[in-house]
Design a protein around this ligand. Sequence first.
Ligand code: SF4
Length: 321
Amino acid sequence: MKLTEVDRKSRVLSRAQFGCLRNAHTLNITRGCEFTCVYCYARGYPDAPFCGDVHLYRNLPEKLAAELDSPRRRSVVQRVVFNTASDSFQTHPGILDVTFATMKVLLERGIGFSFLTKGWIPNRFMDLFAEHPDLIVARIGLVSMADRYRDLFEPYTATVAERLQNIERLQAVAVNVEVRIDPIIPFYTDDKATIERLFESLSSRQITSVALSYLHLRPAILDQLRKELPPTEFNVLHSCFERKPWTKVGAATRSKLIPRALRNKGYRRFMDLAPKFGIRPLICQCKNPDLPGQLCSSWFETKKNKKQLNQKEKQLSLFPC
Ligand code: SF4
């Protein structure tokens, strides 16, 4: 991985324009992400750096503090969502330093945040979080207990064991922890044995609800999968989408969902197995606009989002992390 330090020129906090995050303030520590998951949507963004390059916004903490301390902005920002296009817990020490300082700026001002990560969270963050646990919702991405899945689809992320330790260590400092099972890979991570193994492990760590979503395709992701997966895995996966047309999503993005019948069947399997483990599965509405879905995180339970859930016309909203 090649890290380039850059100064952020534009405003640090921006309002998201998609799904449950609409109107939430979002924040990314880097452009590009060293984890390079094979299914990552953000790798295909027009302004994404070349694969393996990561741009770190080194002036983020100072700029964020200045923004928040401006009398015009302070009252507007109540909570922040990290990691809509990168992971703040990548392994590079420079990235972790900026993440730490940025989170500290927010917590010192009483501003809460949530993050979704597939990385390892170092101990100094646990010490910081322990001072303000009520302001934080931590979301851990975990799709399968099998190392083979991680090696193929998310090879540079934290191991399964490390992510389970994240859950335990966050709980030990009283942070609210949620788990996101996304992207579910058809015929690879949605069979009974795989789901049971994952549920058993989560249930033994007092996780009581999980967010679910199947993989989606965009043209750039299809190219990544073709290049980076072994042919057998790619062919099985591709066959799930082959007869589906590309659909325009939002302003300009073309996308494909796993056929509805296949997703329905898979989600049903998760639903049927969950009660035995005391887990409540929530189908992510943003990524399943054609199915009855739910708000997949307590963090997103705003009046506006609840209202949107009841609307008939829903739009697919994708974000990688
Ligand atoms: S999916 Fe998330 S963790 Fe993986 S490369 Fe993309 S931004 Fe990074």
